[in-house]
Design a binder for this molecule. Structure first.
Ligand code: CIR
Length: 410
């Protein structure tokens, strides 16, 4: 039987994608909580929604099915038992158990399922809940600077990160920062209980382990090669765990993992903020990660008796040619490699392109230097508006989780 997830490249024609339309959560950030919420500014929701709708519309115009994860969550939370189980876990992960969890649940039961899902994204304010037997934790909330008992999920429109589609399955990710952890709980419940996915996908990694990994670091280069960033958000331990799973599981056809070390900082938090594949042999890259050919790259292959063989490399272009069997590749530099335009456009996700077909991408309009370079190299570029969406430090690839891509010709 065909899987409900089929993603065997970064560039095969996109057929179906998971999105999340930014809700109230992106305005439930204050200067005091911004850093913890992983934002650099407070977006204006009205414009962010218009920009996001334009993005989604453009995808639909290109024949892509846009599936909103919040709608899938609403579907699965209709079931009383699933809803109770989800809320118990969600609250326990915020350290609300026993009476305090019951008090919050009591409030949740007064909401429609639609309102409940909006509240899970937007966050729950303290003044909504009356605790019968208040404890210190309950009256304190996640941090003294916020009026929320349950934090908002402002990063949820970056649907790329809480999970990553790979072949016939996905990794459901343990996120690095608490601000993003509930996002992959939502994925878990959708994948486990929604009829579209339940029992029809492979789960390569779940979120209940000590290994941190995020989808922005997971790039499916072709049907047997995956590139993974060793980054602020993805640990080497998780890459090894994933390698064992992909190399051992008979449902997986992946036999090569390219682990690429990148700087560990907020501007470059994932591999896809500095590197994306946009055609069979074309890539965009932020020149700042190349270190004059002295990078730290390791290629992992299956060894004997369930072991892993590892080979060290230092050049990104040479490694890409080797693992993809190409004689030439075209690396297009963000901001044309200019010392001002390159870091400026990288900051605004000029390297973060979403391929919707080989040689055809969606990207933020503000990165006009990078766009010009791509067009000069024959890439078809669809521009989307980016005044507010870009404030969250993610671009078109970050805002989309492919579920189905057409297989490539070769
Ligand atoms: N794949 C990506 O690079 N996603 C962007 C995530 C941005 C978000 N503010 C975060 O720090 O997690």
């Amino acid at each position: 039987m065909k899987s409900a997830i089929e993603v065997n490249s970064e560039i095969g024609r996109l057929k179906s994608v998971l999105l999340h339309r930014p809700g109230k959560e992106i305005e439930n950030i204050t200067p005091a909580t911004m850093k913890r919420m992983l934002f650099d500014d407070v977006p204006f929701q009205k414009i962010a929604d218009e920009e996001h709708d334009y993005f989604a519309h453009l995808l639909r115009d290109q024949g892509v099915e846009t599936v909103y994860i919040e709608d899938l969550l609403e579907d699965v939370l209709q079931d009383d038992e699933v809803r109770d189980d989800f809320l118990t876990t969600y609250l326990a992960e915020h350290y609300y158990t026993g009476n305090s969890a019951e008090d919050i649940k009591k409030y949740f039961e007064t909401l429609s399922i639609h309102e409940l899902v909006s509240t899970i994204y937007a966050g729950l304010r303290r003044d909504k809940i009356h605790f019968e037997h208040p404890s210190l934790h309950e009256v304190s909330g996640p941090d003294a600077e916020t009026p929320f008992l349950l934090d908002p999920l402002p990063n949820a429109y970056f649907t790329r990160d809480p999970q990553a589609s790979m072949g016939s399955g996905l990794t459901i990710n343990r996120m690095t920062f608490e601000a993003r952890r509930p996002e992959s709980l939502i994925t878990e419940y959708v994948m486990k209980y929604h009829p579209r996915f339940a029992g029809k996908i492979d789960v390569w990694l779940d979120r209940y382990n000590d290994a941190r990994i995020e989808g922005g670091d997971e790039l499916v280069l072709n049907d047997h090669v995956v590139a993974i960033g060793c980054s602020q958000r993805t640990s080497t331990r998780s890459i090894e765990k994933l390698a064992h799973k992909l190399f051992d599981d008979p449902d997986s056809h992946f036999d090569t993992i390219v682990a690429v070390e990148i700087p560990h900082n907020h501007a470059m938090m994932h591999l896809d903020t500095v590197f994306t594949m946009v055609n069979y042999d074309q890539f965009t890259v932020f020149p700042g990660i190349m270190h004059g050919g002295k990078m730290n790259i390791n290629i992992l292959h299956p060894g004997n008796d369930h072991t892993i063989k590892m080979e060290h490399r230092t050049s990104l272009p040479a490694t890409l040619k080797e693992v993809l069997g190409l004689s030439e590749i075209d690396l297009m530099e963000t901001g044309n490699g200019d010392p001002v335009a390159a870091p400026r456009e990288q900051w605004n996700d000029g390297s973060n392109n979403l391929a919707i077909a080989p040689g055809e991408v969606v990207t933020y309009d503000r990165n006009y230097v990078s766009i010009k370079v791509m067009r000069e190299h024959g890439i078809k570029v669809h521009e989307i508006f980016s005044s507010e969406l870009s404030r969250g430090r993610g671009g078109a690839r970050c805002m989309s989780q492919p579920i189905v891509r057409e297989p490539l010709d070769n």
